[in-house]
Design a binder for this molecule. Structure first.
Ligand code: SAM
Length: 264
């Protein structure tokens, strides 16, 4: 199965995606950058449309929003929510964000919540967004620290068994790397706001957060491994997590960067 199909299947299966946490963590982006009435907005990887719907309310009927995604089932949910809210200024398009090619200088704002790391070529995507923006437009996206979701413990457990696992959160996993990639793509006035959404989990729950196999990354070596090897990696992961246990439980990092950058 191709990486793209794996992503599509994974998100199509998440028809229970919407809850207070997924809604709030997405629309927090508007705390840092919000469109004005009459503006034109693109929501990349809109999923169930949380950002697109909020943006449509902000730009009003004189503005417009396009939401794009590859997961048909999530787009269906987005469409139902749009109809329930009676919004006529949102268009949903089922398309891979990596090949989506609107006219240049079309959007005042481009949002991308919890999805940029899923695109294998982040510099190309950022370059495209710069082109799609009108001058003085902005992009607003989220990404996570490289150690969020116990990613480093997973990578280390794999390394112990000779497997080099690329970390999905590595390319945008520090403020310095975010700043570098945005500067390379010619963006200015870069703002990076951190929010810690992590919690302490009981040991059992922390260990159950990874099954030893699941890893959404184009270069995922775990796909090819035999079940016995996966079990050994999982056991090493469980040991690593157990070693992190304190009286409060195991810290489960979820450090989110809310990033805004402008085309000036
Ligand atoms: C974690 S969800 C985020 C959804 C939404 N932005 C939010 O924050 O509520 C990630 C989304 O990225 C979409 N996605 C992943 N790769 C994509 C691609 N190449 N093109 C378009 N959408 C993609 C998935 O289908 C999924 O809807």
């Amino acid at each position: 199965m191709t990486y793209k199909q794996e992503v599509i299947d994974f998100y199509n299966a998440r028809t229970n995606y919407d809850n207070d946490a997924t809604f709030n963590r997405a629309i927090t982006l508007f705390d840092y950058a919000t469109p004005f009435p009459g503006q034109s907005v693109l929501d990349v990887a809109t999923g169930t449309g949380n950002i697109a719907i909020e943006a449509a309310k902000k730009v009003g009927t004189s503005g417009s929003v396009i939401g794009i995604d590859i997961a048909t089932e999530l787009l269906k949910i987005a469409q139902q929510k749009i109809q329930a809210e009676n919004l006529s200024n949102i268009e949903l398009i089922e398309v891979d964000a990596q090949i989506y090619e609107p006219e240049s200088n079309q959007f005042d704002a481009i949002y991308c919540s919890y999805a940029l790391v899923l695109f294998p070529n982040i510099p190309t995507i950022l370059g495209n967004w710069y082109r799609f923006l009108k001058s003085s437009g902005f992009i607003a996206f989220t990404c996570s620290s490289e150690d969020s979701y116990s990613a480093l413990s997973i990578v280390e457990a794999c390394a112990k068994h000779g497997i080099t696992l690329p970390n999905l959160h590595e390319p945008l996993g520090t403020p310095e790397r975010i700043q570098y990639l945005l500067t390379q793509a010619k963006f200015n006035q870069i703002e990076i706001h951190s929010r810690q959404l992590g919690t302490y989990l009981c040991l059992e729950k922390a260990q159950s957060r990874w099954n030893g196999q699941f890893w959404l990354h184009i270069d995922n070596p775990l796909r090819e491994l035999k079940p016995e090897k996966i079990s050994r990696i999982k056991a090493s992961y469980d040991d690593k997590i157990a070693a992190l246990e304190t009286e409060e439980g195991v810290w489960h990092e979820e450090l989110i960067y809310y990033v805004v950058a402008r085309k000036v």
